[in-house]
Ligand binder design. Structure first.
Ligand code: BG6
Length: 504
């Protein structure tokens, strides 16, 4: 990461500064960037929200968040003072057509103090319904006019289906140029997600076997133990497909399946990812029962403690038909991946928090060992562990020690924490620094977001047309509905339970 001296003076304006994202992720990430010396020498944060509070009150509140959520643990008093002096707060009501005056004045005040026009980053950490008024305000005030200096960061969810995402893209596109818009998907900032590119394209070992000739199928799992926490209101209108699949899971799939880019140029990488989304075979409504599974958790037990069912969660309808689990079989219609299923699944209230990609290889073309030697034979596999224990495992077959010829599986393990002693930055640290540097490689372009919606919108429509008859259908603390196991069993496969455990 470049050190602060090379970065231009920057003001980061956070809309939704009173919200959960700012409190848990954005402000702690900026704090860590400052301590690591990655922020520009001249840097300021302006929090914007409706509530009328003084800057001092805002700083006191976010301090509690940094204490709780910074990867460094409890704040050091002297370091906090350095950070706190960069922060101020202005109250703005986006619903008011005359809003923006206080923000404009604060921007002018900071730039007046610095004696220059700073780079400005406007971070929209606000619900989709308020994105348009916020963007319109920036346009009206003319504070975001300089395409080389001014950037807009848009949080997910970017729309709620293809038509709404297209509308939002058009709306933003009328006000800003594409290079100013940073659509964020925090999974792309995770170290191990970025490492998929390095693993595939910085090693000559894997690329020759990364195709239908050697790979049998691919599994992508993003499992969470948490329920909907305090986000019932948002989640009950979103569901797992919108909340996780349209963005995080499809982005991971793109990195696993994309063709080698010619360079590390942002657009080159994004073009290659869009190609994957365009090649995803559309799911037809008549086959949806075969290739898509949805589920909803009922009460159960997580890590030994009882937890309520989804319909009992705060702000969730008692008859909710929202899915908290989703699994799919996707096919990619191109030369590399023809006939290789990609199984994706994600869910809340599953037994462990784990995200990983498993590449399962074909059997050797000729089995020359006596059958007694290969009783416990398993195919080769590569597991890319995204979280919690970041690393890569390669499973191989070896001869077991002894006088008899008996094969057994062994794992070659690479762990980030063992190989590199330096602590890894959090996803939001990487992404915020990229915005400050003006590097859009890890952000989604308009066409990418639309292609992803194109994939999931027919599923959303089909699910909405036929409400689920059997919800809730999996107990909290289980690996999801049985239908997801059956989906793979029909093709002679089974989910590999994460973290090396074969059993559920
Ligand atoms: C967010 C989703 O994008 O990702 C949440 O809205 C989910 O529902 C979260 O819990 C998971 O992120 P992570 O980084 O904890 O895996």
């Amino acid at each position: 990461m470049p050190k602060r001296s090379v970065l231009a003076p920057t003001i980061m304006v956070i809309f939704g500064a009173g919200g959960d994202l700012a409190w848990r992720k954005l402000i702690p990430a900026l704090y860590n960037l400052l301590l690591d010396g990655h922020l520009p020498e001249q840097f300021a944060i302006i929090g914007v929200a409706r509530k009328n509070v003084e800057s001092a009150g805002f700083r006191a509140k976010i301090r509690i968040g940094v204490d709780q959520f910074s990867r460094r643990g409890v704040i050091d008093e002297s370091l906090w003072d350095r950070f706190a002096e960069t922060i101020s707060y202005v109250s703005e009501d986006l619903a008011d057509p005359g809003s923006g005056i206080a923000l404009n004045a604060r921007l002018a005040e900071i730039e007046g103090m610095w004696g220059l026009r700073a780079n400005r980053i406007y971070y929209l950490a606000i619900p989709p319904t308020t994105m348009e008024p916020a963007a319109a305000m920036l346009q009206r005030l003319g504070v975001c006019r300089d395409c080389s200096r001014d950037r807009l960061v848009v949080e997910k969810p970017f729309g709620r289906d293809l038509p709404s995402a297209q509308m939002l893209n058009r709306f933003l596109g009328n006000m800003f140029v594409e290079s100013q818009i940073y659509r964020i998907d925090h999974y792309l900032g995770k170290e191990t997600v970025q490492n998929i590119l390095a693993f595939r394209f910085a090693n000559s070992l894997y690329e020759p076997i990364w195709n239908r000739r050697y790979i049998d199928h691919v599994q992508i799992t993003v499992a969470e133990t948490v329920g909907v926490e305090e986000r019932g209101d948002y989640y009950d209108h979103a569901g797992a497909l919108r909340d996780m699949v349209q963005n995080h899971l499809l982005q991971i799939l793109c990195l696993v399946a994309m063709e080698p880019p010619i360079s590390f140029d942002a657009d080159e990488i994004r073009n290659k990812k869009v190609d994957v989304l365009r090649a995803l075979r559309p799911i037809k409504s008549e086959e949806i029962h075969r290739v898509a599974v949805r589920g909803q958790y009922r009460k159960g037990t997580i890590h030994g403690s009882p937890v309520p069912g989804y319909r009992e969660e705060a702000s969730v309808s008692a008859e909710s038909a929202t899915e908290t689990y989703a699994a799919f079989t996707f096919h990619i219609d191109n030369w590399r991946w023809q006939g290789v299923p990609f199984y994706l699944r994600t869910g809340k209230r599953l037994p462990s928090k784990v995200s990983e990609v498993t590449i399962i290889f074909r059997s050797p073309p000729h089995q020359l060992f006596p059958s007694a030697a290969v009783e416990s034979w398993q195919p080769n596999r590569i597991v890319i562990r995204i979280q919690p224990e970041e690393g890569i495992d390669t499973r191989i077959q070896v001869k077991q020690p002894g006088t008899r010829l008996l094969l057994g599986a062994a794992d070659m393990q690479f762990r980030y924490s063992e190989a590199f002693k330096a602590p890894a930055p959090e996803a939001y640290e990487t992404l915020l620094l990229d915005v400050i540097r003006g590097d859009a490689t890890l952000f989604m372009r308009a066409d990418q977001v639309e292609c992803a919606w194109q994939v999931v919108t027919p599923i959303l429509d089909a699910w909405e047309a036929v409400p689920p008859a059997d919800f809730p259908d999996y107990p909290a603390g289980s690996w999801g509905p049985e239908a997801a196991d059956l989906m793979l069993a029909r093709e002679g496969h089974s989910w590999l339970h994460p973290a090396g455990r074969e059993e559920a």
